[in-house]
Design a protein around this ligand. Structure first.
Ligand code: SF4
Length: 292
């Protein structure tokens, strides 16, 4: 039986912690490879952090991509030449909301919700699966995974995010050759434990990993992006505008208006001064999965 151990590296706090734990002299964790699925739209600090991790030498980090997500949103063509993958933009129009959207129930803006998210699957999950199947195992497109190959995929999901692990487990039911592993759930570590462990081990703070225009953001996080990464902020404003250009692919060829900010106000004019709702962003990082 061939066993392959792959870290889904989101480059945020938890997966960085897993990456560094595997480098400890008495490490129980071992990764053959760490894969970062790059949407091409991360904040500058995330790419800098990745450069630092790569400079450590091992485990080896692969950066793989299905294309630049924002460009595909604007121009409507993705890496496979098919229709674009939508991001979880906000709308105030009820008929576009995801069924059961929790945003739909949050006070005091019960009308607002998110449209369906496809970007995680296309720009994260499939990118990592493709790298494993084609580059690590050497399969051709649509070739079956040999029965004697088992791939262990490691995720930096902590005890404060058990629901994410449950959702991921359900997804893995469709890929019996891959086994999800959650070391922090076994270790009983929460995000704060990771932060504490990382404290003296890095020369910088681990940045939050997510596309600069990802709508899963609190006002505080939007403000931080605006102040710390002007190019990233400008890109987010560009994508926000593109979402509302009538007839463009980015707004799903709908006449309805989509927004990056949950208040359904254009990003460049919205008041980011204080939080007005109980909105919970995707708290941590993509880890090859975004919030799933
Ligand atoms: S970070 Fe947000 S926008 Fe980017 S792929 Fe993940 S869910 Fe989509």
């Amino acid at each position: 039986m061939r066993e392959i151990h792959v870290l889904n590296l989101g480059a945020g706090v938890q997966s960085t912690c897993l990456f560094l734990l595997a480098r400890e002299p008495d490490a129980k964790l071992r990764f053959d490879i760490a894969i970062f699925a790059d949407t091409g739209e991360e904040p500058a600090a995330v790419y800098k952090h990745l450069d630092y991790l790569r400079s450590l030498g091992h485990p080896e980090i692969w950066i793989r991509s299905a294309g630049k997500l924002g460009d595909d949103l604007i121009h409507g063509v993705n890496s496979t030449g098919q229709r674009f993958a939508s991001i979880p933009a906000f709308t105030a129009e009820d008929h576009l909301l995801r069924p059961g959207s929790c945003e739909h129930r949050l006070p005091p803006a019960p009308k607002y919700g998110m449209v369906r998210r496809q970007c995680t699957s296309e720009y994260k999950i499939r990118v990592i699966e493709k790298a494993i199947r084609r580059e690590i195992v050497g399969l051709k497109p649509r070739q079956w995974m040999p029965k004697d190959v088992k791939v262990y995929q490691y995720f930096g999901i902590t005890t404060d995010e058990k629901q994410r692990a449950e959702r991921a487990k359900r997804r893995f039911e469709k890929t019996p050759w891959a086994i999800p592993v959650y070391p922090f759930l076994e270790m009983g570590w929460c995000r704060q434990d990771c932060e504490a462990w990382l404290m003296d081990r890095l020369p910088h703070t681990v940045p939050r990993s997510a596309c600069v225009f990802c709508p899963y953001r609190t006002n505080k996080e939007w403000l931080h992006l605006k102040q710390s990464d002007p190019d990233g902020w400008e890109r987010a404003v560009e994508i926000d505008h593109a979402l509302r250009q009538n007839g463009t692919v980015a707004n799903r060829r709908m006449t309805q208006k989509l927004y990056l900010h949950r208040s359904c106000v254009p990003l460049d004019v919205v008041d980011l001064g204080h939080e007005k709702t109980l909105f919970r962003p995707m708290t941590n990082e993509c880890q090859g999965m975004c919030g799933v």
